[in-house]
Write a protein that binds this ligand. Structure first.
Ligand SMILES: Cc1cc2nc3c(=O)[nH]c(=O)nc-3n(C[C@H](O)[C@H](O)[C@H](O)COP(=O)(O)OP(=O)(O)OC[C@H]3O[C@@H](n4cnc5c(N)ncnc54)[C@H](O)[C@@H]3O)c2cc1C
Length: 351
């Protein structure tokens, strides 16, 4: 008998395994490769919504745990994963500069928005109105992290690589049986794969496709993240991520020519050096109608849980939500109402 069966090994599943290990709980992961959001993510964490200059939901609280969580993983996996990097919001006009200062006057944004306008000194970039710098930002190499974490699990025989077979799940009064596994609890952390989950598909997960390009631009020599109509994220060795798109109809992980064209058109409005596209990826963000995570207990099956709805901010939210879910599971501590799936219990039709 194990304590928890975790389904899914993206940022959500991995973060939950971390909390379990920290608390000496036994677990096993079942995961396939059907969803790719965490693999393709830009990996940025940034507490500010840069379109409107507002603080993201609960961002200050989530941010507190980010650096300790990912630096602990760096030590554990012996990999360089976390990079502190400033995010520079490119201003498109004087009005935007003014909006920045207005936002900075609010108490919750003062810590995060720099009071000085940075002038552009990079001749490969067009930024006549300069930049505002967001503080306390960084990037996590999520692809490397998940590859490293996968190896860590495999070395300990803690991961079964297969699509979860819902027909093979038996729900008993005190535990679950899945094939030869017996577990006290089960946690579904399957990202957009939630749509195929008969226990939780009543939840309003919408899913938003995102695509990212990698370009190689030897002349650019930029070390900060530039946020204009798209993000330009330095990776080192003259490579940069460019993205991402937001699309609501197509739910495949297939890169499209339409997205590539859209991203390059936006990039060309502020980048004026030569570059070459060297990679193109796509994934589905697990977004929710009310833009809050989907965390908590199943309305009918007490020991069954969901950890989902990380939207476009999985790097910051995953460790935070995983910790709260664990405390809910183990100590029955209530979850914050905004993220608790109990807010949708009226949508659940008893099976
Ligand atoms: C292009 C793009 C850029 C992004 N950039 C950023 C960024 O810069 N910063 C940021 O914070 N966030 C970013 N995000 C969002 C971030 O990727 C997500 O919030 C996060 O990865 C979601 O993690 P997850 O574990 O919930 O889901 P996923 O990463 O989708 O993981 C789900 C896991 O469950 C598995 N699974 C699904 N169904 C089943 C099944 N039936 N059986 C077995 N296994 C199953 C999947 O294969 C996968 O292993 C980006 C997303 C995209 C698409």
């Amino acid at each position: 008998m194990i304590d928890v069966l975790v389904v899914g090994s993206g940022l959500a599943g991995m973060s939950f395994c971390e909390v379990l290990e920290e608390n000496n709980k036994t677990f096993l992961v079942v995961a396939d490769d059907s969803q790719r959001a965490s693999q393709v993510a830009g990996g940025l964490y940034n507490p500010v919504i840069l379109k409107r200059f507002t603080l993201a939901w609960n961002a200050a609280e989530q941010l507190k745990g980010v650096v300790p969580f990912y630096t602990h993983l760096e030590e554990k996996l012996k990999l360089k994963l976390h990079h502190r990097v400033p995010v520079l919001r490119r201003f498109a006009s004087i009005e935007e500069q003014n909006q920045w200062f207005e936002a900075r006057d609010t108490p919750q944004l003062q810590t995060f928005l720099s009071p000085k306008i940075r002038t552009n000194t990079n001749t490969s970039l067009e930024a006549p109105y300069g930049y505002g710098e967001v503080m306390h930002t960084g990037r996590v190499d999520t692809k490397k992290l998940l590859a490293g974490y996968g190896t860590y699990l495999d070395d300990r025989n803690l991961c079964v690589h297969e699509p979860f077979d819902f027909d093979a799940l038996k729900i008993g009064p005190s535990h679950f049986e899945y094939k030869s596994i017996r577990a006290r609890h089960i946690v579904f952390a399957t990202g957009y794969g939630l749509k195929q989950n008969p226990y939780f598909n009543y939840l309003p997960l919408t899913g938003t496709k995102g695509e990212l390009l990698t370009i190689e631009a030897p002349e650019l020599k930029e070390h900060a993240v530039i946020k204009s109509s798209v993000f330009l994220i330095p990776l080192g060795r003259h490579r940069y991520l460019v993205g991402a798109t937001y699309k609501w109809k197509d739910k495949t992980n297939t890169p499209t020519l339409e997205a590539r064209t859209e991203l390059l058109e936006k990039l060309d409005t502020f980048l004026n050096c030569d570059y070459e596209v060297v990679a193109h990826v796509a994934g589905i963000r697990p977004t929710v109608t009310d833009r809050r995570p989907l965390v908590g207990r199943h309305p009918q099956h007490d020991q069954m849980y969901v950890l989902n709805g990380l939207g476009s901010r999985g790097v910051m939210i995953a460790p935070y939500a995983a910790k709260l879910l664990y405390q809910n599971m183990e100590y029955d501590l209530p979850l914050p109402k905004e993220m608790d799936v109990a807010r949708f219990s009226k949508k659940y039709v008893k099976g």
